[in-house]
Design a protein around this ligand. Sequence first.
Ligand code: FE2
Length: 374
Amino acid sequence: MDALTKPTTETIQDTFPINGTDYIEFYVGNAKQAAHYYQTAFGFKLIAYRGPETGVKDTASYVLQQDKIRFVLTAALTPDHEVARHVLKHGDGVKVLALWVDDAEGAHRIAIERGAKSFAEPQRIEDKNGHVVTASIHTYGETIHTFVERSSYAGPFLPGFVAMESPMEVEPIGLKYVDHCVGNVELGQMNEWVKFYQDVMGFKLLVTFDDKDISTKYTALMSKVVSNGNGYIKFPINEPAQGLKKSQIEEYLDYYRSAGVQHIAIATNDIIHTVDELRRRGVDFLRVPDTYYDTVLERVGEINESLQELKRLNILIDRDDEGYLLQIFTKPVQDRPTVFYEIIQREGARSFGKGNFKALFEAIEREQELRGTL
Ligand code: FE2
């Protein structure tokens, strides 16, 4: 397997155009409290709500926004609801990676023709603010993609949601947009899902990492990155690889009980400010040893940021042919060691931080050791 490090610059022919990520929906045990965490810790503003007060009796959903990022947090109000079943099995996790398209019915039809499995047929939903068309297909595990066509809608989120403001002062921390969303799939399934994104969605294979790129003394994983035509949607897909001990991907699969979203990378223009704020607000991060900073500049060359500040915040640095990037990874944000976040600042580089993999995976293994799952 070739280990490419540079994304292709070839023009990609989209099967159907995707404008960007529309929203990411999490199914959680307690949406009200989760919404508080994303407001206080991550600086998202509450913008909309749907629940019993708006006529929906069995779920409550909070919609949070920061710049171009929209998160929806949904909880069930009854034990036999699909959302409750999902949370019982997977814990809090990502259910929907919604994609913003110009023609949801067309995107759904083409995806089905090309082999996708339908989750929800196209439907037109409307309220006094206009109408939206949505349609959904299955992807890995129990995760789905919802196509959202919203050119005729002026409301706060989707029809049925009412505008709602944060009950307290919320200070944004500079989170700009979703850079990439990573899925963990079962052993042997990575190529199947890469093929799915190529065949069904017309995505292009950008990068391949094999176990030589991503392994430590004990554990390994393999990863391929697919992207749509405009490059706004990037989906790395990981699978575990043979190692002496349990791979971090296997640990995820054991706890999530299926394939699913592993991490969401969020872009910032000022990672020092963003991470300083996240730390001050109680978000915890994976830690690489201070010795990482002794030699890092020999590897990455000159950067604009203060190395001392990057070291203080434990932010990682990598470089490719096009520039450099700064990145850091949170610890899992729920009790199960499943979903976590990456914060990334790109200074020209379009790659994924390959030079940091070893230091990072050793940091993850130290956490696994503490959980007794290595
Ligand atoms: Fe990432």
